[in-house]
Design a protein around this ligand. Structure first.
Ligand code: FAD
Length: 626
């Protein structure tokens, strides 16, 4: 079997993985980057809106404290506040660093990095490159990897001496030595040949889980692999009940249902209307946000030109609020012909401005739906977009509870609490990608000796099983049933009896998945790949459903029809997921969220905290501000 020895193996080549790998290499560690799809093809590349960082370029009132407050509000105070603090403080440096590495951001008139408005952000905060920010971010990080490789060629005569990319290589198991990480097993997509990585530190940066749902903005490789790999290695996941349904995905034609329509459309003036032409978001401003959002169309429209003296349009409420509102309008029979609502920018901006600011959206609708967004509205509806839950990590180092395991980016949990603000993912993956890379490097430095991998043969045998069966289940059918179940029963609006039904279906699908068979050989065999991915999607779906059943309240990306509203009883409870020792299912334990540090809690007004926090926490606040 092909075998390689590294200090740090980074699984995933999106923004988090690349930033982690760059850091590990800069700290002198021999680093592998392993990715399931082509190098450069990750969700990060699809990010449109921008990276949130309080640089204050467009409004000088912005600073890390305002960003911290917005992030905590957006997450309904369930965030790991230390992560939110580090993120708000370090995001500007990470964006400037990108610029130093060659990123070409859009500029303000006076030549600074331009920043745009996004839902839940008090000031224009998203550093962007048109609506193709992720592409520039990935291009820049890849360029940085190449620059480091050129350095290595000069120093060691081999560009891959310290950093090497293994593209189209899927990791199926983390390997251990006792309790600690010792490496990983993967297979090459093209040949089906297996590959072993010997490494004392692994950074998971595998992104999201969207492919467990039918309607999703996520692409084929987002099957929750990192979430499942972490559980299988003995780590814990946190906040798995919180899934972000982005309010605006395409709804038509069916072949493109779920593809993202960036929030920048609303940030740049686009408005949502129902079939009666009503700008309905004014009807859905929750009490906790009443003083921050305009209550009339006139004020909302004035805000685009004068943000100091007007409140924001309600189209820019956090995503969970907008997604629920669209869902309610469609349910009430006021939807668009194809089951969404209308998102109109054509009557709000001149055509040339639309194509300048939103070139990808213009192209996407023209090519995929034959709709010219400079002349007519788009039809949009909620789509499964992002998971707030993920590997529970130490905020400062990205370390998971298993020695040698680290996680960053979407696969990690805590930073965004119950709901992520748009733009906070690109900055999250830069801030915590760097920290996880540094954490992994420091861990390797502190090891008395390298671990030895065990379990290679078992992991290989597990992966190969679907090819050895004949006449078993079709993996595509099992996948499709799982996607429908999650979409219909553990989707945007949930209730106990439906979640229980989903869990029963998942149990049956787990049995069926054990019997999946893939026809053909190991050579480029998507049926076999899906059969392997199914294990991960089922583990993750069970984690989401079990946590969703337990949390008897509605908060952020978890809405319970039978428990509407946030409950003080659940305010400080976090749900931790682990795997049973026989790997047959997931179990959940409760953890109390640690109290926020005094200097951070006192950044808020008491009157605001009263809307969210318990009496005990308010007493802590009173003590802190004294
Ligand atoms: P990803 O970029 O998702 O990369 C994951 C990597 O892991 C890939 O290389 C993949 O191949 C690899 N991988 C997965 N499983 C395995 C495995 N088993 N073995 C080996 N490799 C594996 N966020 C913002 O902040 N601003 C935006 O404007 C924005 N727009 C978005 C638009 C779209 C269409 C989408 C889908 C998301 C958007 N997001 C945005 C969210 C954001 O892009 C993602 O959350 C973020 O890019 C995730 O980055 P990541 O580095 O964690 O993972």
């Amino acid at each position: 079997m092909e075998r390689h020895e590294y200090d740090v193996v980074v699984i995933g080549a999106g923004g988090a993985g690349l930033r982690a790998a760059i850091e590990a290499r800069q700290q002198g560690k021999r680093t592998a980057i392993v990715c399931k799809s082509l190098f450069g093809k990750a969700h990060t590349v699809m990010a449109e809106g921008g990276a949130a960082a309080a640089m204050g370029n467009v409004n000088s009132d912005d600073n890390w404290m305002v960003h911290f407050r917005d992030t905590m509000r957006g997450g309904k105070f369930l965030n790991n506040w230390r992560m939110a603090e580090l993120h708000a403080k370090e995001a500007p440096d990470r964006v400037w660093e990108l610029e130093a590495w060659g990123a070409l951001f859009d500029r303000t008139k006076d030549g600074k990095i331009s920043q745009r408005n996004f839902g839940g952000h008090e000031y224009p905060r998203l550093a962007h490159v048109g609506d193709r920010t992720g592409l520039e971010l990935i291009r820049t990080l890849q360029q940085r990897v190449v620059a480091l490789q050129q350095e290595d060629e000069k120093l060691h005569g081999d560009p891959e001496a310290y950093i090497k990319v293994f593209a189209e290589c899927t990791v199926t198991r983390l390997l251990k030595d006792g309790d600690a990480i010792a490496g990983a097993l993967g297979y090459w997509r093209e040949t089906g040949d297996f590959i072993v990585f010997d490494a004392p530190a692994v950074v998971l940066a595998t992104g999201g889980i969207g492919k467990s749902y039918v309607v999703t903005s996520n692409s084929w490789e987002y099957t929750g692999d990192g979430h499942a790999l972490a559980l299988l290695a003995g780590a814990k996941l946190i906040n798995m009940e919180f899934i972000q349904f982005h309010p605006t995905g395409m709804v038509w034609p069916p072949s493109v249902r779920g593809i993202l329509v960036t929030e920048s459309v609303r940030g740049d003036g686009g408005v949502l209307r129902n079939s009666e032409g009503r700008r309905f978001m004014f009807d859905y401003i929750p009490d906790v946000f009443k003083d921050k959002y305009a209550t009339t169309e006139e004020e909302a429209d004035r805000w685009y030109d004068d943000q100091a003296n007007n409140r924001r349009p309600p189209e820019l409420l956090p995503r969970d609020e907008v997604a629920r509102a669209i869902n309610a309008e469609v349910k009430a029979g006021r939807g668009s012909p194809q089951g969404g609502v209308f998102l109109d920018v054509s009557t709000r901006l001149p055509a040339a401005e639309i194509t300048r600011r939103l070139p990808s959206m213009h192209h996407q609708f023209k090519e995929l739906a034959d709709v010219d967004i400079t002349r007519e509205p788009m039809q949009v509806g909620p789509t499964c977009h992002y998971i707030m839950g993920g590997v529970e990590v130490d905020a400062d180092t990205g370390a998971a509870s298993v020695p040698g395991l680290f996680a960053a980016g979407e696969v990690s949990g805590g930073m965004h609490g119950s709901n992520r603000l748009g733009g906070n993912s690109l900055s999250d993956l830069l801030v915590f990608g760097r920290r996880a890379g540094a954490g992994a490097a420091a861990y390797v430095d502190g090891l008395p000796k390298r671990p030895t991998v065990t379990g290679v043969e078992e992991a290989r045998a597990e992966a190969i099983l679907p090819l050895e069966r004949t006449g078993g289940e079709n993996p595509y059918e099992v996948h499709h049933e799982l996607q429908r179940t999650m979409n219909d029963l553990v989707g945007i609006i949930r209730k106990a009896e439906e979640i229980r039904e989903a869990l029963e279906v998942i149990e049956k699908l787990k049995e069926r998945a054990k019997n999946t068979a893939a026809a053909g050989s190991r050579i480029y065999n998507p049926g076999w790949h899906l059969a392997i991915d199914l294990r991960n999607m089922l583990i993750v779906s069970e984690a989401v459903a079990k946590a969703a059943l337990l949390r008897e309240e509605s908060r952020g990306g978890h809405t319970r029809d039978d428990y509407p509203g946030m409950s003080p009883e659940w305010r400080r409870k976090l749900l931790l997921v682990s795997l049973t020792p026989d790997e047959s299912g997931v179990r959940i334990e409760e953890k109390v969220q640690p109290s926020m540090r005094g200097d951070l809690i006192s950044l808020f007004e008491r009157s605001e905290l009263e809307k969210y926090l318990t009496e005990d926490e308010l007493a802590e606040y009173d003590a802190a501000v004294k």
